[in-house]
Design a protein around this ligand. Structure first.
Ligand code: MF3
Ligand code: CO
Length: 252
């Protein structure tokens, strides 16, 4: 399957979808505090997305049952919101997907609940910085593997590991499009791809404090670290331009 180059019109629609993701993640930042249930965050984000004339991209995607994914501490991604209350010292990863007139936006970030330990703050900081560095490598004519390498190099040099089982992806009229965007370099993993202006990439480092290995809970969705140590997740939808990148999931 070829990588889709978006037209100007498609890019305009993706800017709208992605902006609503950014708004939602800002709202989540205001909501996350000790005592709040994850399902209340899920409903608030659902209402915001609908009020912006967007659809909720995750609900029903592969059968996913909620509006957003909320993954706490050792949960890596795809945690299902419910009656669980956030507690001081946890770190909570929230992933939001939208669709505007058929075009998708995808973004995620990890938030501290109240005061969190220095090790956890470092985990979040390293994950976010690895994404920033990955985005800095993006440009038309540049190889995709440099994006992957930027994440891996920064994360591993800080003593953490990147999840290998789940990867970033192209995004457009389909939520998951080509190419796959691993957070590590491995021969044969689509890493001969050369970026072109008009590609849109969802770059999403998932960073574990301990080993890279993950498992899944019996709910069939929640991905957890195999060693029970914490994990962080940051994601932006990024347009490749002639001279660099435009981060679409950002409020500016
Ligand atoms: N947010 C995930 C991603 O970044 C996709 C969530 S899939 C769902 O690719 F089914 F859980 F919604
Ligand atoms: Co994604």
């Amino acid at each position: 399957m070829a990588i889709v180059i978006k037209s100007q019109r498609e890019i305009e629609l993706m800017r709208v979808a992605a902006r609503v993701v950014a708004e939602a993640l800002e709202l989540v930042g205001r909501l996350v505090k000790p005592g709040v249930t994850t399902e209340s965050v899920d409903s608030a984000v659902g209402e915001l997305i609908l009020s912006r004339d967007c659809r909720i991209a995750f609900k029903g995607l592969y059968g996913y049952p909620a509006n957003i994914c909320i993954s706490i501490d050792e949960e890596v991604v795809h945690g299902i919101p419910g009656p669980r209350r956030l507690r001081e010292g946890e770190i909570v990863s929230v992933d939001v997907g939208t669709r505007y007139k058929g075009y998708c936006g995808d973004g995620a970030r990890t938030y501290p609940v109240g005061n969190v330990g220095e090790g956890d703050r470092k985990l979040m900081r390293v994950c976010e910085e690895s994404l920033r560095r990955a985005i800095q490598t993006v440009r038309a004519g540049g190889p995709l593997w440099e994006v992957s390498a930027a994440v891996q190099q920064y994360v591993e040099s800080n003593g953490f590991s990147v999840v290998r089982k789940y990867v970033g992806h192209g995004i457009g009229s389909e939520f998951h499009e080509e190419p796959q965007i691993p957070n590590f370099v491995e021969k044969g993993k689509g890493q001969g791809v050369i970026l072109e202006a008009g590609m849109v990439l969802a770059i999403e480092p998932m960073v574990n404090a301990g080993s890279a290995d993950v498992g899944k809970l019996s709910d069939g969705w929640t991905v957890v670290t195999a060693d029970g140590k914490k994990s962080a997740h940051f994601e932006h939808s990024v347009l490749v331009t002639e001279d660099g990148a435009e981060v679409l999931t950002r409020l500016d």
